[in-house]
Design a protein around this ligand. Sequence first.
Ligand SMILES: Nc1ncnc2c1ncn2[C@@H]1O[C@H](COP(=O)(O)OP(=O)(O)OP(=O)(O)O)[C@@H](O)[C@H]1O
Length: 361
Amino acid sequence: MHEDDLTRAEEDYFSSLTIAEADGDDDRAVEAALRPKSLDELIGQQRVREQLSLVLEAARQRERAPDHVLLSGPPGLGKTTLAMIIAAEMSAPLRITSGPAITHAGDLAAILSGLNEGEVLFVDEIHRMSRPAEEMLYLAMEDFRVDVVIGKGPGATAIPIDLPPFTLVGATTRAGLLPGPLRDRFGFTGHLELYDPADLELIVRRSAGLLDVTLNDDGAAEIAGRSRGTPRIANRLLRRVRDYAQVKADGTVTQEVAQKALDLYEVDPLGLDRLDLAVLDALCRRFGGGPVGISTLSVAVGEERETVEEVAEPFLVRSGFLARTPRGRVATPAAWEHLGLPVPANTEAAAWSTDALWNEA
Ligand SMILES: Nc1ncnc2c1ncn2[C@@H]1O[C@H](COP(=O)(O)OP(=O)(O)OP(=O)(O)O)[C@@H](O)[C@H]1O
């Protein structure tokens, strides 16, 4: 989630709102109200959906809490939504926290010891938990036990506390950031991919139905195509286009209305956001198209290396604008063209297949 995380109480509150009640100015409230509530309602992510459905069905048949689940993938693809669905499908309560909120092992001990049998604990950004908390979690995940240390120094004693069986759902932008011992304790890892335009179009149409927006197929396709493979962005753009349709047109979202609205809001025709464009701009204008190291590139755009790697790069690689080579990041000819710059005669990337490079790096 972002800095403006929902607290559990807020999330519960927003989820309980009807669309009509939520559809004010608060993006978070609408986002929560638009969440699919079951695996059947979830659009796209076919593989993860099928795998997860099997894990949950087996657990239901055995009348046991499902194995711990790790969800990885860029922001806004549905990790929180899936955690909620897991709890709903198991008819279990859900508790929500996030890695950065767990600064001490004691914070985690308090959460774990308050869990009820079968409860689902969702830890967003689990890779940002403190080290001691992480170690406590290993034991809790494997043996359903925590050792609470009382006192300090030689007199300190560890008091074991048994926990009821629960399911941990961890979310991370990249599973590779988690230490091996933590990763290995998840019985199932689902990697969420950026959505293809056809699935995003279905998501836009579903949300339009819930928000009572009239839109035609071309209008949905236009919004889907500019949504950066991300449902959260698709839902946000739909609301901005709806405003435009209401004020400047007859209320119906057509392709023309969507195009005009999104141009007005400076949404790139292919969906690239400010960071995506900054990365391409730095790569082409400052580094002559590369190759350039990820650290240098991140400094050039004033962002954390993690953000560039986990948020911008997956979309840029998938869109065919950036390649990862053993010598660094390079801009493809399409990147130069998208920025309206002449393509240099010999771009480093031209000789490579983008997919091969992504896998190789
Ligand atoms: N498969 C889907 N079908 C329909 N809507 C979806 C789907 N996935 C996500 N959404 C919508 O996208 C929005 C963002 O989803 P969610 O908050 O679950 O993403 P996230 O991966 O947890 O992001 P972050 O890690 O940034 O919090 C929600 O409003 C949800 O309704």
